[in-house]
Design a protein around this ligand. Structure first.
Ligand SMILES: [Zn+2]
Length: 65
């Protein structure tokens, strides 16, 4: 599964990690960062931490993937 980081900050000052198919992931490439292709969302976390400090997995897509 391919994982992306949304560059749109959520209300609670976190940035969300999404799968490529998630409806919450911005469509525009300048509003998201490609993290990589991983077997589980947990592997996307170290990559996402290179960009932002406060992160969370999208409850709708990442935790199910
Ligand atoms: Zn999502």
């Amino acid at each position: 599964m391919r994982y992306y980081l949304s560059k749109i900050k959520a209300d609670d000052d976190t940035w969300e990690i999404h799968t490529v198919n998630c409806r919450h992931l911005p469509n525009e490439n300048d509003q998201r960062i490609y993290l990589g292709d991983f077997t589980h969302c947990i592997h996307a976390l170290p990559v996402a931490k290179l960009y932002f400090r406060t992160l969370r997995f999208c409850p709708e897509c990442s935790l199910l993937a």
